[in-house]
Design a binder for this molecule. Structure first.
Ligand SMILES: Nc1ncnc2c1ncn2[C@@H]1O[C@H](COP(=O)(O)OP(=O)(O)OP(=O)(O)O)[C@@H](O)[C@H]1O
Ligand SMILES: Nc1ncnc2c1ncn2[C@@H]1O[C@H](COP(=O)(O)OP(=O)(O)OP(=O)(O)O)[C@@H](O)[C@H]1O
Ligand SMILES: [Mg+2]
Ligand SMILES: [Mg+2]
Lengths: 228, 228
């Protein structure tokens, strides 16, 4: 499903060069639950952003279901993402002028689904993440963990084949974390979705089929579930 | 140092009323390391914002070092906060047009400290949180956990008597979390600072003298260090 070869990303800050990703190669199979662990600044968000086409690599290739992501135009990338990718951002990226229900409905608008069905699908998934009574709340009227859950709901509502989640439980208590992880896995398994989760939480990592350890922009080691 | 009596906060969302804090009373002694634990949406950020004077309570009183916070004007509150309070926000609240070093220097500008000394103090504390090579980076040029650490550095750089930290390690891996907690405690003890930390992380809570459990806007129980 996802084939990454010799991926490299270098940022320029003034005269300085930051190697955020050095040389990463990785194959992720369809339906896999894959966890990426690593210290703060090790390159996890950069890796996710590159695979999802949100940024361009400095070197290397990314194929999702046979399509070369790094070669696509902005327009094609946008269309490809709308149909194939769900993304839970590390800093939520909700639209502050829209309610929780409206934020979650956005991916469904892109799929041409009519309003009545959109509202219902959005309400259902928001209830599933514990936000039944917050449908009409705007982001500023919600706690940090509630905003994070709206982001998760939005990433899953259209059941895209691939979901990237960048630290989806960083602002959640342990019980809510467990409920959210079970929900994400349930939806992913039911819909044969591939799930790539960046996390610092070992409880979250325990749900994964494979754990990829990143250090200083490189893969340090990979652990399969049985050996973990 | 901090006396809270019958604190209540009700938000209005359309025709709906949200009781974020119901009836909270709490005394925090000078130099205490106090942890607030609770589920997502239980009222932790609301409690912190009220005590720090960032929002007004619906009912109740807050005294910090004898001063009634809930009675102060906006202007007096701003001055009081600049001199007495450091705040680590759940969503960082860094100025995106300023570098890490400039962001951290802000509290020192308010204290009339000249530029050369400011730059040095900011550089020192940024090095202490592991960001020695990111002084000139802007927030968008840093990872989530790096931005979080800039927020922590800013809250401590002027060594205010009280520091509030709203989930300061939510985006940090376990090793960085430990280093940051040890640093915060070291600075706090050295300067007799009172530290009030909201967290979901039990490792963080283990550093506290007292752990306050919040549920649905009320204090559910309090645990002292020996009993934990
Ligand atoms: N400005 C607001 N307007 C309306 N409701 C609000 C507002 N701010 C917070 N709330 C509500 O008050 C309750 C408590 O929010 P608070 O942010 O204090 O929770 P929290 O314990 O910090 O949660 P988290 O762990 O997710 O950060 C939540 O139900 C939230 O939706
Ligand atoms: N736009 C950018 N410009 C310059 N440097 C950047 C940029 N984005 C990220 N970096 C740098 O690249 C490195 C990796 O960043 P990345 O965000 O991928 O880390 P991360 O593993 O997600 O960290 P965290 O766990 O703190 O979120 C960091 O040193 C960061 O400062
Ligand atoms: Mg990150
Ligand atoms: Mg909060």
């Amino acid at each position: 499903a996802i084939e990454i070869h010799n991926l490299r990303k270098v940022y320029k800050v003034g005269s300085e060069k930051i190697v955020a990703l050095d040389n990463v190669s990785l194959d992720i199979t369809p339906g896999e639950i894959c966890c990426i662990l690593g210290t703060s600044g090790s390159g996890k968000s950069t890796l996710l952003n590159l695979i999802a086409g949100l940024e361009k690599p400095s070197k290397g290739t990314i194929k999702i279901n046979g399509k070369h992501i790094e070669k696509m135009t902005e327009k094609d990338l946008a269309r490809f993402r709308q149909r194939n990718i769900g993304f839970v951002f590390q800093s939520y990226n909700l639209l502050s002028s829209l309610t929780a229900q409206e934020n979650v409905s956005l991916p469904l608008i892109f799929r041409g689904i009519k309003k009545q069905v959109r509202d219902e699908l959005a309400a259902d998934i928001l209830a599933a993440v514990g936000l039944k009574r917050h449908l009409k709340h705007k982001p500023t009227q919600m706690s940090g963990g509630q905003q994070q859950r709206v982001g998760i709901a939005r990433a899953f509502v259209s059941k895209p084949p691939v979901v990237f989640a960048d630290e989806p439980t960083g602002n959640l208590d342990s019980r809510t974390t467990l409920e959210i992880m079970e929900l994400m896995l349930e939806i992913a398994h039911e819909n044969h979705q591939t799930l790539i989760i960046v996390t610092h939480d070992s409880h979250v990592a325990s749900f994964a089929d494979r754990i990829i350890h990143i250090l200083d922009g490189n893969i340090q080691k990979i652990k399969k579930k049985e050996n973990v």
